[in-house]
Ligand binder design. Structure first.
Ligand code: GDP
Length: 298
């Protein structure tokens, strides 16, 4: 995860080692190198600009600390600014006062929504929740079956249209699932919605209709981190078309660069809530900005 960015930053810092004090020239040269590292990591330009201007400002203004040498001071500043750009605090799930808490997943096909639904169910169950998975992706023929397989592995029941009832209406399925959860003591409902390979208005409308029918407590935008800046564009399209409360980043295990993770919060104003780091149901947790920053600078 983020190896390329990590390596680049490490080499930037190593060139500062041994310096007694940082000149204006040193600060500018370091900022230039960090800028290149971020651009190479596919971080969105406005984010790079903001990041660099804050680093420069702080490096110039930083009080001389006896405890830290200049290289350590720059690392400290970069670390703090990385935490900030990644969202600062860990975003926790907001549970509804009156259960069930409704969590809706939206995103492109292949983003990892169905897998994430299972991961989330398992993660919630470990904390004594009683989730219900809902198959509201009725676009792909085997999406329901796929969710059932995931549900089985997560040990979570799946609410799906009755076989033989035709394709079914995803909005009705979503609505009925909340009723079903209420009657059967499921305190969380996780709704998997349909995605397409690209953003299209019909898909957006369907997600918006489901949203309007069930008023989710949390809408999560699920996005593949490996697509870099494209993730930012898709994130913007979903923000305009459906709206969401937080982001779930998937496939971080295959993301050497980190551009999506570092850009999405700043560009959308929505925090990253979950990180998915593999195909197994256990490869999943809340996204912790501070741990992620340490990992980048490790
Ligand atoms: P959906 O179309 O959005 O429901 O996406 P799926 O859940 O079907 O996931 C698409 C593919 O990505 C599947 O092959 C998953 O196994 C894989 N996948 C999902 N999440 C992760 C992840 O965090 N890491 C890796 N390496 N693969 C993932």
């Amino acid at each position: 995860m983020f190896e390329t960015l990590s390596d680049r930053l490490t080499s930037v810092f190593s060139s500062l080692r041994g310096k007694g004090r940082l000149s204006e020239e040193d600060i500018n040269a370091t900022a230039r190198e960090i800028r290149l590292a971020l651009l190479e990591a596919d971080v969105a330009l406005p984010v790079v600009r903001e990041f660099i201007s804050r680093i420069k400002e702080r490096a110039r203004g930083e009080e001389v600390s006896k405890a830290l040498n200049p290289a350590q001071q720059v690392i400290k500043i970069v670390n703090e600014e990385l935490v900030e750009i990644l969202g600062g605090e860990t975003r926790q799930v907001r549970f509804a006062k009156n259960p069930p808490t409704v969590i809706m997943l939206a995103g492109l096909q292949g983003a990892g929504k169905t897998t994430l639904a299972g991961k989330l169910a398992k993660w919630l169950s470990a904390d004594r929740n009683t989730p219900l998975l809902v198959a509201a992706d009725l676009q792909r023929p085997n999406a329901v079956t796929q969710l059932q397989v995931v549900g089985e592995r997560a040990g979570t029941p799946v609410f799906a249209p009755e076989p033989g009832n035709g394709v079914g209406d995803p909005v009705e399925v979503a609505r009925a699932s909340v009723e079903h959860a209420r009657r059967n003591n499921h305190n969380v409902v996780i709704i998997d919605t349909a995605g397409r390979l690209g953003v299209d208005t019909e898909m957006m409308q369907q997600a918006a209709d489901i949203r309007d029918a069930v008023s989710p407590d949390e809408i999560l935008f699920v996005v593949d981190a490996m697509i870099g800046q494209d993730a930012v564009n898709t994130a913007q399209a979903f923000l305009d078309g459906v709206g969401y409360d937080a982001v779930a980043l998937t496939k971080l295990d295959g993301d050497a660069r980190g551009g999506a993770a570092l850009s999405i919060r700043h560009i959308t104003g929505r925090p990253i809530m979950f990180a998915s780091t593999g195909e197994k149901l256990e490869d999943f947790d809340l996204f912790h900005p501070d741990r992620m920053a340490s990992r980048i600078l490790d």
